[in-house]
Design a protein around this ligand. Structure first.
Ligand code: GRF
Length: 209
């Protein structure tokens, strides 16, 4: 095992395009991490196919078959411990985490949210931005705390909204930028440039100039 690489897990419920971008960044050696585990709560999610095609270890359990959030999250924590995971990445994981899960990974748990937080926490962000007539949206990587989408921001990317955009066109444009944003944000966390105690939020494009 390469000791310079942080052992990360990705938790996802959907398509898995961000997982793929993270794996590509690890492979290029830009993100000093190795994806040791992919956890999923939706048995038919596309992320599982993508993960298996990438040769990644996957574990999937349907949360509807588990009687409580706490029990489900205990199973997640056990799987993360068994794989000696050091840093946890939520990438479209459509499930609220219990307080004990969040506490277990305090400062080592990040999420990507498709809006310029603090604007539009929660669901349907693209719809809400379009309905408000916004000209700018984006995505935010933030540390996860017990308050929904409200933990300290690490890095954001801005995405313009064009005339005629729909939820689908906007979603795709934002995702394309998320594929640059997420590896860069996790790198900042792993290198200690940003931590939950001293977040150092910035815009991705400013950093790259
Ligand atoms: C991303 O847009 C992310 O911001 C949100 O869920 C989406 C996941 O997309 N939390 P994918 O499954 O990685 O393609």
């Amino acid at each position: 095992m390469d000791r310079a690489k942080t052992r990360i897990a990705v938790l996802a419920s959907g398509d898995g395009t961000n997982l793929e971008a993270l794996a590509a960044s690890c492979k290029r050696g830009e993100l000093a991490a190795s994806i040791e585990l992919v956890l999923c709560n939706v048995p038919k999610a596309g992320v599982l196919t993508r993960a298996r095609n990438l040769g990644l270890l996957t574990k999937c359990g349907d949360h509807r078959e588990v009687s409580s959030r706490e029990l489900f999250d205990e199973a997640l924590i056990s799987a993360l411990r068994a794989s000696r995971i050091e840093f946890v990445v939520l990438a479209g994981f459509m499930r609220l985490l219990s307080s004990s899960f969040v506490k277990s990974f305090h400062g080592r748990l990040v999420n990507i949210h498709p809006s310029l937080l603090p604007k539009y926490p929660g669901l349907n962000t693209h719809q809400r931005a379009l309905e408000a007539g916004d000209r700018l949206t984006g995505s935010t990587v933030h540390f996860v705390t017990e308050d929904l989408d409200a933990g300290p921001a690490v890095l954001q990317v801005q995405v313009p909204i064009a005339d005629g955009d729909t939820v689908d066109t906007l979603k795709e444009r934002v995702k394309t930028q998320e594929h640059r944003l997420y590896p860069a944000a996790i790198s900042r966390c792993l290198s200690g440039l940003s931590s939950i105690e001293t977040p150092n939020s910035a815009l991705l494009d400013d950093l790259e100039q």
